[in-house]
Structure formats: C-alpha cells, structure tokens
Design a protein around this ligand. Structure first.
Ligand SMILES: Nc1ncnc2c1ncn2[C@@H]1O[C@H](COP(=O)(O)OP(=O)(O)OP(=O)(O)O)[C@@H](O)[C@H]1O
Ligand SMILES: [Mg+2]
Length: 284
C-alpha cells in the first residue's frame, strides 16, 4: 500500500500509541511462526474458511505445529467448523490467552471472545484492527511451523492489517468457477501483489457440476501465479463443516486428496521446518 493509505489509516485513528507497520516494512507480530499463510479472496462465500480449516488439518496430520487465526471479525466461522463454538477465552498462569485446540490445530477467533456465540460485534474498523493485533500478541500460540490466517471477504482493513503487521510467507487465493467471471478475485490477487505478499497460488473451490471448472487454472495463467488445484463441489464437504469435522480429517482418501495435493504444492513455497523429511519435532 502507498504512503497515502498509511496516512488514511492514521486519520481513521489507527496512528496512536501502537507502532503500526506498513506493507513496505511490515511488523513481525508473529515471530513465533516459521511460516504465515493467508487464505483470501475478494469474494464472500467461495469457501475460504473451509479451505483454511482443511489445509490446517492436513498440515497437522503431517505433524506440523499449526495455528489457525480466524481474522473474520464480523462473521467468524472457524470455531464451528472445528467443533469449538463453545470455547471461550482462558488465561494461563503466565497471564496469556490460551488457544482452543482440536484436530491438532491451535485456534483463535474473535468468536471466542464474545459472551455468547451469537453475540454480534459492532466495532469500528480501528477496534477490529487492534483486536486482531491482540489475537496475535496476547495469545500463547507457542512455536508454530505454520500460522494460517482465514481472511474475511474483500480487500479492506483486515487484509491491510495483516500485510502491515505480519511477515506473510504465502498468500492463497480461493475462487469458485463462477467467481472467476467477476472482478473480486482479481482484485484480491492485485492487492496481494501490491502489498508484496508472495502468491503461493490459486485454489478453485466448488469445482465441477453446474458451476463448471477450469477458470481457476486460467486465472492463474493470466496472472502468472501457480495453480494449487481444484476442490470439487461436494455436499459432504459442507456437511462435515456444519458438524465441525473437517473433511480432510474425517473423510475418505478421495475426499482428502485435493487438500493433500494443495499442501504438497504449498509446502514448496514455505520455509522448511526443522528435521525436514522426518518428523518436524525430531531434534527438538
Ligand atoms: N467444495 C465445497 N463443496 C460444497 N460446499 C462447500 C465447499 N466449500 C465450501 N462449501 C460450503 O460453502 C459455504 C461457504 O463456505 P465458507 O464459509 O468456507 O466460505 P467463505 O469464503 O469463508 O465465506 P465468507 O466470505 O462468509 O467468510 C459453507 O456452507 C461451506 O460448507
Ligand atoms: Mg469465511
């Protein structure tokens, strides 16, 4: 983002005591994470959260130490997708917030900070920005091999915050076959390029059936970025999300495969973890 954007944000009241970063010189609010992957899309409802949760599950099955930050302040969906909708904030004896954990994934979400799971958050963007920073800094994430950030739809404040406050290793852009026809996904790609987040690739979600397929790959070629693969439109994916069990953890081998392939491709863009080729924990 340009200097103007930083100034504009300061006008919004974000230039106070907190030393905010810029996308040219981002802060590193997650020095405990070896890799930071953001899952984004200009468009809502394309399956960002579903992709983020299932990618996290595959990394966990490969013994990576995985954290998943739900950056969707106004519509947090990660807790439900991992059967953590009733998890509430807890502080440990070091006075730091404990992550919730399920399927080997450490999770933090604004959804866990509200008194009840259906409490709406009515916050100005400046408040949600500092909330995000708190979820990075005041939470006891431990050492992570990868922190996955599930973004809200759009190319707005949260996306800018992440680009300014984190050293993002890789951006994953999710599209559906029909969203390829809109400009939203293209805007997301261009934003990542502008804020200098390396694009690890495009995922085509809900591929096949009435929606058709192939647009994600064409889009990847158009912007000269990798294509990470297709996830079929499959009612079992929605059902397993709804009951809080990621399909990449509980599904058949066929259902897990698209996510495994994506992680294979994504891993090439990430910093290797300790004891590569063996268990990441060996040697610790
Ligand atoms: N491949 C798929 N096949 C069938 N249903 C899917 C698939 N991927 C996601 N869904 C379903 O589509 C809906 C939207 O998915 P999800 O919440 O992951 O999208 P999102 O992009 O994160 O949305 P938002 O923009 O609101 O954050 C959910 O009900 C989810 O279970
Ligand atoms: Mg979502």
């Amino acid at each position: 983002m340009s200097l103007e954007d930083d100034k504009r944000l300061k006008l919004l009241g974000l230039g106070g005591a907190v030393p905010y970063g810029s996308s040219e010189r981002p802060n590193n609010r997650a020095p405990w994470a070896r890799n930071v992957v953001v899952v984004t899309s200009g468009k809502g409802g394309v399956g960002k959260s579903t992709v983020a949760v299932n990618l996290a599950s595959v990394f966990a099955q490969r013994d990576w130490r995985v954290g998943l930050l739900d950056a969707d302040v106004y519509g947090p969906s990660v807790p439900r997708m991992l059967s953590l909708e009733d998890a509430r904030l807890r502080w440990n004896d070091r006075d730091r917030i404990e992550c919730a954990e399920n399927f080997g994934i450490k999770v933090m979400s604004v959804g866990m900070t509200t008194p009840t799971r259906d409490t709406p958050l009515i916050w100005r963007a400046s408040v949600s920005t500092s909330a995000m920073i708190q979820l990075l800094e005041d939470v006891d994430w431990g050492e992570l091999d990868v922190l996955i950030v599930d973004m809200p739809p759009g190319t707005g404040d949260t996306q800018l915050t992440m680009a300014q406050e984190l050293q993002v290793t890789a951006g994953v852009v999710v599209t559906t076959p029909q969203a390829v026809a809109t400009d939203d996904v293209r805007r997301a790609i261009r934003m990542l390029q502008q804020v200098r987040i390396p694009i690890a690739g495009i995922v085509e979600n809900m591929s096949g059936g009435v929606f058709g397929s192939g647009g994600g790959r064409t889009l990847a070629e158009e912007y000269s970025v990798p294509f990470l693969g297709e996830v079929p439109l499959d009612v079992a994916i929605r059902e397993s999300s709804d009951v809080g069990k990621p399909i990449a953890a509980v599904g058949t081998e066929d259902q897990k495969r698209p996510y495994q392939r994506m992680v294979d491709a994504l891993t090439a863009s990430l910093a290797p973890i300790a004891g590569e080729g063996k268990s990441p924990h060996s040697g610790h």
